[in-house]
Design a protein around this ligand. Structure first.
Ligand SMILES: *[C@@H]1O[C@H](CO)[C@@H](O)[C@H](O)[C@H]1NC(C)=O
Ligand SMILES: *[C@@H]1O[C@H](CO)[C@@H](O)[C@H](O)[C@H]1NC(C)=O
Length: 303
């Protein structure tokens, strides 16, 4: 019930309960190896942060749960691979990928992950009355992940290990055994050599949904083909299977799983014979809301 319609005596209590609403987030490491999860909140969008540390060690098959405020307006969680945290070091480069400024605990202001990294992103609550969430491969891939909301809302996922499947031009970094623990996006791999004016990065002359169609993004077919329910380039809302919503009034809880069990057969995906970005999806709408900030892939509501 909207607070404005309540009797004055009830107003204070009811609205206080509403603003204090929280969600339970569970992060489960289903990988047979240690992952170091990390949380980043874009404080320029909102001040609410999860009630948990910004980084931790998750041994194989372990989980943690924590509370997240109902108005976590722009946040992400991802996994870091093959990390060491030398005493005194705050370098983001002591993990093979996904590392953040700060060390084990990511810096609250600058602690975003070093790509390639698969991101789980949320924008809870807000003026539209919807939770938005997605699995982003915009900055490449480093771990299979799945977001499972309670209350019947759709799953977002990239459940396959894209490292061994990755096209040679994008593969890596590699661990000491030579196994690819990441797969860069065409933008991160800088395959065209002009990152500030690139159809792969949706930058420069290609900075809008109209000027940056998926057909101009090299290897879009690879990421979207294997992981159709993920965000495979900066303006992938147009696919209709990138950005997911759940009514905020559901107060959904969310589970993020690293290395989820596959619930089907791995798709068979091969390079299209012609255009690098094919298969293409028509732009459904010229309105982008919310959309990605291309440079940082932080969910931001522009309205
Ligand atoms: C960016 O690239 C496009 C297409 O190659 C070109 O037409 C445009 O002039 C370039 N813009 C800048 C600022 O270099
Ligand atoms: C979310 O989790 C809390 C704590 O376990 C539980 O009380 C609540 O019913 C859950 N809500 C939904 C919508 O699943």
């Amino acid at each position: 019930m909207p607070c404005a319609f309540m009797k004055p005596l009830l107003l204070l209590v009811a609205c206080a309960q509403f603003t204090a609403a929280v969600r339970t987030f569970t992060v489960y490491n289903g990988c047979p190896f240690t992952v170091w999860p990390a949380i980043y909140t874009d404080l320029s969008v909102g001040n609410n942060v999860p009630q948990f540390q910004t980084g931790w060690q998750a041994n194989a098959y372990t989980s943690v749960s924590f509370l997240v405020p109902d108005a976590w307006t722009s946040g992400r969680i991802w996994g870091r691979r093959d990390c060491t945290f030398p005493t005194g070091s705050t370098s983001p480069n002591t993990c093979l990928d996904g590392g953040c400024n700060g060390g084990l605990l990511c810096d609250a202001h600058t602690g975003t992950g070093v790509p390639p990294a698969t991101l789980a992103e949320w924008s809870l609550g807000g003026t539209t009355g919807m939770d938005y969430y997605d699995v982003s491969l915009v900055d490449g891939y480093n771990l299979p992940i799945r977001i499972t909301p309670t209350s019947g809302c759709p799953v977002a996922e990239c459940p396959w290990d894209l490292g061994p499947l990755c096209p040679a031009a994008l593969a890596g970094p590699y661990d000491t055994s030579g196994f690819p623990v990441g797969c860069k996006s065409a933008c991160v791999a800088d395959v065209d050599g002009t990152p500030s004016n690139s159809s792969n990065c949706c930058s420069g002359s290609f900075s809008t949904p109209q000027t940056c169609p998926n057909s101009g993004v090299a290897y879009y077919w690879f990421f979207k083909g294997y992981c159709p329910n993920s965000y495979a380039y900066a303006f992938d809302e147009s696919s209709g299977t990138a950005l997911w919503t759940c009514p905020s009034s559901n107060l959904a809880n969310y589970t993020l799983t690293f290395c989820p069990a596959a619930d089907g057969a791995e798709p068979s995906v091969s390079a299209p014979s012609s255009a690098a970005g094919s298969p293409s999806f028509a732009l459904e709408s010229t309105t982008v809301d919310p959309k990605y900030d291309t440079r940082h892939t932080v969910l931001v509501r522009h309205q």
